[in-house]
Design a protein around this ligand. Structure first.
Ligand SMILES: NC(=O)c1ccc[n+]([C@@H]2O[C@H](COP(=O)([O-])OP(=O)(O)OC[C@H]3O[C@@H](n4cnc5c(N)ncnc54)[C@H](O)[C@@H]3O)[C@@H](O)[C@H]2O)c1
Ligand SMILES: O=P(O)(O)OC[C@H](O)CO
Length: 312
């Protein structure tokens, strides 16, 4: 049976989609809604989904999807990680943990060393998945046989999973695209134009590839759904919270800090990793400063444009 930890927009959307294959238990720490999750308005839960605050019910499942925000995952695992032993654990968070400078799969593997760990990522808005719109994702698992079994188990007629054994590449693609999406939003919010956005996407993709391959990812994974695919979606759609957050920075508008924006903390993590490993990640470093209000949009653009001219 499938359990999902985290009853936010994405956990709920996955529960709705996977109910097509059988019963699903969706756990949230606070379920103060019935029938329709306010984080995913207009979506009714199918009968095959049990929504619960009882963690034991979800932990009784053999396959568990973790749909908590990246910066919340470490704390959750500190408290409950030992109870995840022996399961198939699928990470869906798109971020780099600021405290450990690692992706969610490494945190999970550390908390539950004997578990099979996989990553589900790729271009997908929760609202699209919940509405049953066609979506293609990447399922990454270092254990090829376990990955193939999961691919079958988590695919539905409209949710099409492609598999890879490159966990590092798939996970980093999903985390890093959020940072570049903030930068793309800043460009659009500040009225700098679509040409500048295309430049940010392309140079951002170069940064994503530089860091991911440095950490052992296969370059072709970055050009797949989990990298370029998700980067394209997130940098071009107002459906993305990261993109909208960037737009708010660029236009000087207010932002609701309760909204999950994974790219802000991940940009800070990347800035630290760049320093640690001597990498050049100028867009990520600037997003980290913009997200914290440490630099104005004008100064950020001036500094990026004043960098020495170089080969592409
Ligand atoms: N929303 C999407 O379209 C989408 C798509 C793909 C991947 N994701 C990824 O899924 C992850 C979750 O995003 P979301 O959209 O569901 O966010 P969300 O803000 O809608 O929901 C987050 C949920 O996590 C819960 N939570 C936070 N801290 C917790 C803790 N310590 N213990 C237990 N529960 C906790 C919150 O109560 C909330 O229900 C993110 O990493 C995001 O990048 C989201
Ligand atoms: O709303 P965002 O920016 O968190 O993006 C959601 C998904 O990651 C898009 O694939």
């Amino acid at each position: 049976m499938i359990g999902i930890l985290g009853a936010g927009a994405f956990g709920t959307a996955l529960a709705v989609a996977l109910a097509a294959n059988g019963p699903v238990t969706l756990w949230g720490r606070r379920i103060d809604w019935r029938g329709e999750n306010p984080r995913l308005p207009g979506v009714t839960m199918p009968g095959a989904v049990t929504v619960t605050q009882d963690l034991d019910a979800a932990l009784a499942c053999d396959t568990i999807l973790l749909a908590l925000p990246a910066q919340a995952l470490g704390g959750f695992l500190d408290e409950h990680g030992a109870r995840l032993a022996g399961r198939v654990l699928v990470s869906t968070a798109k971020g780099i943990d600021l405290a450990h400078l690692t992706g969610p799969s490494a945190l999970i593997a550390q908390a539950a060393p004997d578990a099979v760990v996989a990553v589900l990522t790729g271009p997908s808005f929760a609202a699209d998945i919940a509405r049953g719109l066609p979506t293609a994702l990447t399922l990454a698992c270092a254990d090829a046989a376990a990955g193939a079994a999961l691919q079958t188990r988590l695919s539905t007629p409209v949710l099409r999973l492609y598999r890879t054994t490159d966990v590092t590449g798939a996970e980093l693609g999903g985390a890093l695209k959020n940072v570049i999406a903030i930068a793309a939003g800043v460009v659009i919010g500040a009225g700098l134009g679509d040409s500048a956005r295309a430049a940010i996407i392309t140079r951002g993709f170069a940064e994503m590839t530089r860091l991911a391959t440095h950490l052992g990812a296969r370059p072709e994974t970055l050009t797949g759904l989990s990298g370029l695919g998700d980067l394209t979606l997130t940098c071009t759609s107002a459906g993305s919270r990261n993109f909208r957050f960037g737009c708010a920075i660029g236009s000087g508008s207010a932002w609701d800090s309760a909204t999950t924006v994974e790219g802000a903390a991940t940009a800070r993590a990347l800035a630290r990793m760049a320093l640690r490993d001597g990498l050049d990640l100028p867009i990520a470093a600037m997003v980290a400063r913009l997200a914290q209000g440490d630099v104005s949009v004008e100064k950020a653009m001036d500094r990026l444009l004043a960098r020495p001219l170089k080969e592409e």
